[in-house]
Design a protein around this ligand. Structure first.
Ligand code: RB5
Length: 148
């Protein structure tokens, strides 16, 4: 499994904790920054992480900011990205099963590393259910392509 991971300063500590754990699990991890707790803009790191997925270099993206909210809002502005904010294991499972999310976001200030690991495992173990959910995902794509 190839994973791109990115954070702002608010998600940096969580990202730093997750990377070795993911590598120990056998995942190929690309760290898209940031590289310190110095203040930065989560928008830039949403873009860097999602670029790895869109270019085919990652199977999915993990994005971390203080709450997981800002970086998910930014990621969801990028064509082709469906990012689910995952504060719980149940939501992590559902964002894959129902939404076929290709990115998940986590709050470094709101989610412990232990819970974050359970969330990532739940997302990775889940499978997209297709069917009516595929039709809805297709509608999201159509919405994305609509001219205004
Ligand atoms: C940075 O202070 C914080 O606003 C950011 O990490 C994130 O929580 C925004 O949604």
């Amino acid at each position: 499994m190839k994973i791109a991971i990115a954070s702002d300063h608010g998600g940096f500590a969580l990202k730093r904790e997750l990377i070795p754990w993911l590598r120990e699990k056998g995942c190929e991890v690309t760290d898209c920054g940031t590289d310190s707790e110095q203040s930065c803009d989560y928008i830039d790191f949403a873009e860097k992480g999602c670029a790895e997925y869109l270019s085919g270099r990652a199977d999915f993206v993990i994005l971390c900011c203080g709450t997981g909210v800002g970086i998910s809002i930014a990621a969801n502005k990028i064509k082709g990205i469906r990012c689910g904010l995952c504060p719980s294991v149940e939501i992590a499972r559902l964002v894959k099963q129902h939404n076929n999310a290709n990115a998940i976001s986590l709050g470094g200030r709101t989610t412990s590393p232990e819970l974050a690991k359970e969330i990532i495992e739940a997302y990775m173990d889940a499978e997209f259910m297709g069917g009516r959910h595929q039709a809805r995902v297709d509608k999201i794509t159509a919405l994305e392509n609509k001219q205004r």
